[in-house]
Design a binder for this molecule. Structure first.
Ligand SMILES: Nc1nc2c(ncn2[C@@H]2O[C@H](COP(=O)(O)OP(=O)(O)OP(=O)(O)O)[C@@H](O)[C@H]2O)c(=O)[nH]1
Ligand SMILES: [Mg+2]
Length: 560
């Protein structure tokens, strides 16, 4: 074979601009794929179903490299696959020779269309065995264009079968045409191998038979051979197969071979153009699925705050805070009230006070331990308010999906609200340091009063009634009794004053304390509202935003 002049370069170097009508198919399929992923379950179902069906029809093959027509040369070793490959390429690209088997890994040649890289990668074709031909330099005008053709020179099938079963499957699954190259000596082997290939891939697609090396036969022998092959194929159930005779050595039949390749390219282009038209028609149907107005992507602060307020109400936080305030006062008085007063109160068993504290405890226990039985209507209203504000500019289907997103985790709200309430329990149960200090102070005063009274008693006993000798002078000195009495009165007065002052301080701090706990509960509820309602809504708005962008860009790029 003599090499002709056209330049050859690696695939990466040739990136000719797209020239066919079907160009952009991969991009279109990607866009459609994204639209389906974003719109699934949200947008008009019949449209989504049609889009999914179209994507399935296009399949992985088109996604990899829709614009290319893949033709694979398969056959037994030495039949002349590489020689034919070189003859069509016009260059000695794939080594041929007497060594058997010769080709150990697939070679490829791409005609004039960039972007076959992913397909080559997927087929695992060694970059050193990838070639490209500029289509303009190709052919002599007598045959149609080979633009977009990917010709694969495969190793003989015994070799690929031995090496990688999966490889065969790959080649066959992407091939638009499989060419079986037979030689006059071994053409009968075809039946065995064909079944093997079909079994592997379930591929019953287009197959062309090439009987090569016909220069080795006399013309009558060629006719006889072709007849025989026809019979063989019919017996195999392949009615009316196309059989081409070639000689890679003399060039006989090569022109016809190229013509068939060009027809295959043209047929594929026509199929792709139909597919492109189908996709474009489908994309137009997305027009009604988004609104012109730029959508919001966040829930505004006012509405978010209103939701927290409504949930706070629904969880009964104000009532809980009120109970906490009362309980705080009662507990505080228990701690720092005048100890003697408490003692008498206990002796008299103030029933009202007892009942009140018991009730409060019960109320709070209920609030903290059971999930909040939030009023559903209240919550529903709040959720509706949140989504209403952001869906105004959305088409109905997306309004629905945003509303659903807002409610998607509503079931978890009561438990989450309950948790927010429970979180304040440790803070509620705390005893502030100043309670302890005042309590100690009160006991000190009581002790001082008691000692003063004992002292008075001793003065009366030893000094007044003269019951004996006092162990210390001061215990029997009646002249001290007014001072001691004054001391007792002072400590008692101080106790009463402390109690009165504490009452005021408690009144103030119980309000502050409950306000602080209420704020803490509110914050917890705020967090729940964000994670369970606002964030799902905002995520859905983001999905709509992406969908709108994809759909509007796709529609704008369509021809009018
Ligand atoms: N006479 C004649 N010889 C041919 C023809 N085609 C190929 N040959 C020779 O047959 C031998 C095998 O050709 P290859 O093209 O390497 O065969 P192959 O099918 O690629 O073989 P493997 O790579 O081993 O699978 C070579 O020596 C070629 O020169 C032809 O049409 N006529
Ligand atoms: Mg070979």
């Amino acid at each position: 074979m003599t090499a002709t002049t056209p330049p050859v370069s690696s695939l990466e170097e040739i990136e000719t601009p797209p020239q066919t009508a079907a160009v952009g198919l991969s991009d279109r399929l990607d866009v459609l794929d994204r639209l389906v992923a974003l719109g699934e379950g949200r947008v008009d179902k019949p449209l989504m179903d049609d889009a999914a069906a179209l994507l399935a029809r296009a399949g992985e093959r088109l996604r990899l490299s829709g614009e290319h027509t893949v033709v694979a040369l398969a056959g037994g070793t030495g039949s002349g696959k590489s020689s034919l490959f070189n003859a069509v390429c016009g260059l000695e690209l794939s080594p041929t020779g007497l060594r058997r088997p010769m080709t150990s890994s697939a070679h490829s040649c791409v005609w004039g269309l960039g972007g076959a890289g992913p397909l080559m990668d997927w087929l695992d074709i060694d970059p050193r065995h990838r070639y490209a031909r500029a289509s303009a330099l190709d052919g002599d005008g007598q045959v149609g264009s080979l633009q977009g053709l990917v010709l694969l020179d495969l190793p003989d099938h015994d070799s690929i079968r031995a090496a990688h079963l999966a490889e065969v499957d790959k080649y066959v699954s992407v091939a638009d045409l499989i060419i079986w190259v037979l030689d006059p000596q071994k053409y009968a082997d075809f039946a065995v191998h064909r079944r093997y290939f079909e079994q592997l891939s379930g591929h019953t697609g287009v197959t062309l038979i090439v009987l090569n090396q016909v220069d080795r036969l006399e013309p009558e022998e060629v006719t006889e051979c072709v007849k025989d092959l026809h019979r063989l194929l019919e017996a195999e159930g392949m009615g009316g197969p196309t059989i081409l005779t070639t000689s890679a050595k003399t060039g006989a039949g090569i022109e016809g071979f190229r013509e068939i390749l060009a027809d295959t390219v043209a047929a594929r282009q026509a199929r792709l153009e139909r597919l492109v038209a189908d996709i474009d028609r489908l994309v137009r149907r997305f027009e009604g699925q988004y609104a012109e107005a730029e959508p919001p992507t966040t829930v505004d602060d006012r509405r978010a705050a209103a939701l927290v307020e409504a949930l706070t109400e629904a969880a009964g936080v104000p009532a809980v805070a009120e109970s906490m305030e009362s309980a705080y006062s009662l507990r505080a008085m228990d701690y720092i009230g005048w100890p003697l007063g408490r003692l008498t109160a206990r002796l008299h068993a103030d029933p009202l006070r007892r009942m009140r504290l018991g009730e409060l405890r019960q109320e709070l226990r209920a609030a903290f331990t059971t999930p909040v039985n939030a009023q559903q209507a209240h919550v529903d209203n709040a959720l509706q308010e949140v989504t209403e504000g952001v869906t105004a500019d959305l088409p109905p289907s997306w309004q629905r999906s945003v509303r659903e997103a807002g409610r998607s985790q509503a079931e978890e709200l009561p438990e989450a609200l309950g948790d927010s309430l429970r979180e304040v329990v440790p803070a509620f149960n705390q005893v502030p340091a100043w309670w302890w200090i005042l309590r100690a102070w009160q006991y000190l005063l009581v002790t001082a009063s008691a000692l003063g009274l004992l002292w008075l008693g001793a003065i009366l006993a030893y000094g007044g009634l003269d019951l004996g000798r006092a162990p210390f002078g001061i215990l029997g000195d009646p002249s001290l009794s007014p001072y001691v009495g004054l001391l007792v009165l002072c400590t008692l007065g101080l106790g009463a004053f402390t109690t009165a002052a504490a009452r005021n301080v408690i009144a103030l701090s119980s309000v502050r304390h409950s306000e602080r706990l209420e704020e803490q509960m509110r914050q917890g509820i705020g967090t729940s509202a964000r994670t369970l309602v606002i964030e799902p809504v905002e995520r859905e708005l983001e999905v709509y935003k992406s969908f709108r962008k994809e759909a509007s860009t796709a529609i704008r790029s369509l021809m009018p």
